[in-house]
Structure formats: C-alpha cells, structure tokens
Design a protein around this ligand. Structure first.
Ligand code: NDP
Length: 293
C-alpha cells in the first residue's frame, strides 16, 4: 500500500521540538530568538505566507519583528532597513518575503542580509557552506523547502544511501540545494530541467523523485518507478469544474492520482512539503540564535 507522507504531522513534530528547545534556551540565556519579517507591498499571496510564518513563529516562542512597508519603498531604503536589522541584537533571523516589486533587485537585497541572520538560507555564503559542509554540521542555515523535503524522507525511515535520486528543477531555492542535500546523503543524483532529453525515462529511473517545476500535474503516473518515493514540491492553482461550478484547486507538479498507483510513498499537495517549509524557517531562526550565543 502506498504511504501518504503527512507533511502537516511531520512539521508539527518539528515545531513541537523547536518549542521545547526555545523554552530551554530562554531559561539558559534569558531571551528568545527574534525573526524580522520584511514584506514590501501587498501581494495577496505574500500576505498569506507572511501571516502563516508569523503565526507559526509566535507559536513556538520566537519573537516576530514585523516590517510591512510601502510598495513604493526604494531599493536604497530597503537596503537601509536591512542594514539596521543586521545590527539589531534582538534580531537573529531576517526574512524578506519574495517576490519584491520590480524596481528592487532581489539578489542585491538577499546578498545584503548578514549571512549569520539569513533565515531563508539563500545568501551566497550559506549556499557555499551547504556545498562543502559535512552532512552532520548542525549550524548550517539551509534553504527551507529542500531541507523540509529531506526531513520528510528521513522521517519515513527510507535508507537513502546509494539510491538514484532525480530532482526535476534547478532553481537556486529548491532544485539545486535539494540535489546538494541528497548528494550529502550518498544518493546518486540527477538534476533535470527544461532542456533535459527524455525526461520520462530519467524519472523512471528514480528511487526518489523530487518534483520542483511549477507545472500542474506534469509528471505522469507511468513516469514513476514501481516502488519509488515521490516528493512533490509544486504548488499550482488550477480551475476545476465541480458540478458545473468553476472552483480553484491546488495541485502539485505530479499527477497524484496516477502516481500513487506506482509509488511506495508520496507527498500530497496541499499538506505535504508546504508545512515543512515554514517549520524549517523556524529551525533556521533558532539555529541562528544559538550560533549567536
Ligand atoms: P522556478 O520557476 O524557479 O524553477 C522551475 C524549474 O523547473 C526550472 O529549473 C526549470 O528549468 C524547470 N522546468 C520548467 N519546465 C520544465 C519542464 N517542462 N521540464 C523539466 N523541467 C522544467 O521554480 P521554483 O523552484 O521556485 O518552484 C518550483 C515549484 O515549487 C513551484 O510550483 C513553486 O510554487 C513550488 N514551491 C513550493 C514551495 C513549498 O513550500 N511547497 C516553496 C518553493 C517553491 P530551467 O532551469 O531549464 O528553466
């Protein structure tokens, strides 16, 4: 029978353990981790993510320092704010919610965050550290979504050593760091992308398939190896006709209903990778706090 990997439950376990740890840190140091959340403008999806991240952070005992600023804020003004947050002792993690308005260069902003306060793990220094660090290094700030995927694989007890892993997608925030993490676990990793030839055959070879593409249901059931494990990072909103009524539905990059027939374990969308991403943001903030003590 196919195991449905419950991201909500696994994320809850991680949050519970962080809450415990933060409580102990508070007793030891008399203070708690602080997370500065910077949102520029009012993109609806960003507001939803910021609200969810803020709520989860507060629940585990992290102090949230909220900076919701005007859409017309200039790049220089935003850089000035980041500079101030970099210097503030009560701020251990800085999260700049993406996307930023078009007049602001995202990479310039991400690069300006103190690498020690890089709650998302996107700073080039942390990207480099991820590439060279030992897999047991617990001080690393690792991009949240791929780290959440790895925790899910570990939680279901799968032996990763020597497994063929295929990561579809090579973005800096998901695909590439995911591949790094799987290499560290001694998987044999293939990174596929939009120019990959015979993608179906590449996927069919995967003991572990991670899909991070952004194309609804692109990966079909017969692309999945019998007994393979499927981690679906994709979040795509599609319209479906339910009894004559058009409704929005969230689906992944994998055709779940078909893939479930071949996979030994699979993440649902929603309720799979999504909750893990937020929990790992809280983990990074806690690590940044501990590193600063
Ligand atoms: P990007 O758009 O940055 O990257 C998509 C990748 O998919 C690219 O490397 C692209 O290849 C590849 N790709 C596009 N089309 C194809 C194709 N037809 N065949 C093979 N590869 C293809 O996306 P992200 O990595 O930021 O996000 C991917 C998905 O994950 C999205 O649905 C996003 O919403 C979701 N997501 C979910 C998160 C969560 O918490 N669950 C967090 C972050 C993202 P190329 O490089 O050649 O263009």
């Amino acid at each position: 029978m196919t195991m449905i990997i419950n991201g909500k439950e696994i994320a809850q376990k991680l949050r519970d353990s962080l809450k415990n740890e933060i409580n102990k840190l508070k007793n030891t140091y008399g203070k708690v981790p602080g997370l500065a959340v910077v949102q520029v403008g009012n993109v609806v999806a960003s507001s939803v993510y910021v609200k969810a991240k803020t709520k989860s952070a507060k629940e585990v005992g992290i102090e949230v320092i909220d900076h919701h600023i005007d859409e017309k804020t200039s790049q220089d003004q935003l850089l000035k704010l980041i500079d101030e947050l970099n210097k503030q002792n009560n701020v251990n993690g800085i999260l700049v919610q993406l996307p930023l308005p078009n007049h602001i260069n995202e990479q310039v902003i991400l690069d300006s965050i103190d690498p020690d306060k890089d709650a998302d793990g996107f700073h080039p220094l942390n990207v480099g550290k991820l590439s060279i660090a030992n897999k047991n290094d617990e001080n690393l700030l690792i991009p949240c979504t791929p780290y959440g995927c790895l925790i899910m694989l570990q939680d279901i007890g799968i032996d990763l050593v020597g497994k063929n892993a295929v990561v579809v997608g090579r973005s800096n925030i998901v695909g590439k760091p995911m591949a790094q993490l799987l290499v560290k676990e001694s998987c044999t990793v293939t990174i596929a992308h939009s120019k990959t030839k015979d993608l179906m055959d590449v996927c069919k070879n995967a003991d572990i398939l991670v899909a991070a593409v952004g194309k609804p249901k692109m990966i079909k059931g017969d692309w999945i190896k019998k007994g393979g494990v499927v981690i679906d990072v994709g979040i795509n909103r599609i319209e479906v006709n339910i009894n004559g009524e058009i409704k929005n539905k969230l689906v992944g990059d994998v055709d779940y209903e078909e893939a479930e027939k071949n996979a030994s374990a699979i993440t649902p969308v929603p309720g799979g990778v999504g909750p893990m991403t937020i929990a790992c943001l809280l983990r990074n903030t806690t690590i940044a706090f501990k590193n600063s003590c």
